[in-house]
Design a binder for this molecule. Sequence first.
Ligand SMILES: [Zn+2]
Length: 88
Amino acid sequence: MMSRPCTHEPVCPEAGAPDRDAACSVAHAPEQGWALLCNGVLIFEDLGELLPSGEIVPPRRPLPHVPAARSPRRSASSSPYPSCCDQP
Ligand SMILES: [Zn+2]
């Protein structure tokens, strides 16, 4: 599939970029639940994506609530990461 050069300012992220969702939408079919982004990514309502390469990105709905990693012994440091590897 040919990718059109982006004419937006600032330039949209490429299809392979982690922030590809931020590209401008050039076609939108809300009744069908998809939008075509400037970088050729087809993005669906449920956040699934079809990349120009043909690669399919599974839907990644934002989870309403993700329980925080349980740490029975909460250390004084407020690191958001589970400290399984740096225990003494
Ligand atoms: Zn663009």
